[in-house]
Design a protein around this ligand. Structure first.
Ligand SMILES: NC(=O)c1ccc[n+]([C@@H]2O[C@H](COP(=O)([O-])OP(=O)(O)OC[C@H]3O[C@@H](n4cnc5c(N)ncnc54)[C@H](OP(=O)(O)O)[C@@H]3O)[C@@H](O)[C@H]2O)c1
Length: 253
């Protein structure tokens, strides 16, 4: 990895971030809030046109790159993007897919694993190694409350979200053991009204993506380690974690 970033002024770096998964939903709302707060942003996803719309709002502070996290060159593209921006302090991972899959179609299961597990590991790992070399940084990602229990209606979504949360926890410990100054924030929302839930099912306690993004900004500023959004889901997950497996497997979700 190149060492060009060592010459970058650390104060200039503080408000520079890349959001992967900024083309819609929570990632897009977060981009809008960070832009309003004066950040310089790199925004990435597969679809370019929504990213260009973000760029049009503040052309001098937004850079765009198409990245598909499932492709093997995605890590390399992220590094090129970081270099183009002149270094970053925050890497935010919002990319993800999820579908209910009550009949366990193989294609849905495998695509979810490719994006949420393999793609996530690829991108978070690239950001981690970059920050390890740079000496500091902050990695934040949207996992989900779905990772806190095995959910029958969405097996691979639930399992990959558990992987994401455990991976962040493990990296946080590894960074500490290595004396690396890297912060980690694991964002775990409940149901949010975005394209991800654009199906025929009813979702209770639905939250607006704008409200979730505001909570994310506060969580990043306070360097929270784990943030379940919102308080109703903090209560729900507290209790459902206590449910023993012999009862959980009989519950109708
Ligand atoms: N909505 C909820 O209820 C909810 C709850 C908890 C957690 N989450 C999590 O929040 C995150 C954001 O989801 P959202 O609700 O905001 O849904 P969304 O509007 O569908 O956003 C998903 C984002 O991920 C990007 N993405 C998907 N596949 C990608 C790939 N292969 N490479 C790069 N980017 C990719 C999409 O961009 P492109 O399609 O342009 O690539 C889009 O920007 C996800 O990780 C999701 O699991 C959502």
């Amino acid at each position: 990895m190149a060492s060009w970033y060592k010459n970058v002024d650390p104060i200039e770096m503080e408000k520079k971030a890349i959001i992967v998964g900024a083309s819609s939903g929570i990632g897009r709302e977060l981009a809008l809030l960070l832009l309003a707060d004066g950040w310089h942003l790199g925004v990435a996803a597969r679809r370019e046109s929504p990213l260009l719309e973000l760029q049009a709002m503040a052309p001098e502070r937004v850079e765009v790159m198409t990245i598909d996290v499932t492709k093997s060159d995605a890590g390399e593209r992220l590094l090129q993007f970081i270099q183009r921006i002149g270094g970053i302090y925050l890497y935010f991972h919002a990319s993800g897919i999820g579908k209910q899959n009550r009949t366990l179609e193989e294609d849905i299961e495998l695509r979810t694993v490719e994006t949420n597990a393999v793609g996530f590991t690829r991108m978070i790992g690239t950001a981690y190694r970059y920050f390890a070399q740079r000496g500091e940084g902050h990695i934040a990602a949207i996992t989900s409350i779905a990772g806190t229990k095995g959910l029958g209606p969405a097996p691979s979504y639930s399992a990959t979200k558990a992987l994401q949360a455990t991976y962040l926890e493990a990296l946080e410990q590894q960074a500490h053991q290595r004396g690396l100054n890297i912060c980690f924030t694991d964002i775990r929302p409940g149901f949010v009204d975005t394209a991800l839930l654009n199906d025929s099912f009813h979702y209770p306690m639905l939250m607006r993506p704008e409200a979730v993004a505001r909570d994310i900004v506060r969580s990043i500023n306070r360097k929270r380690h784990v943030r379940i959004i919102d308080f109703r889901y903090r209560i729900l997950t507290f209790f459902w974690r206590l449910i023993p497996r012999c009862i959980w497997r009989r519950m109708k979700l």
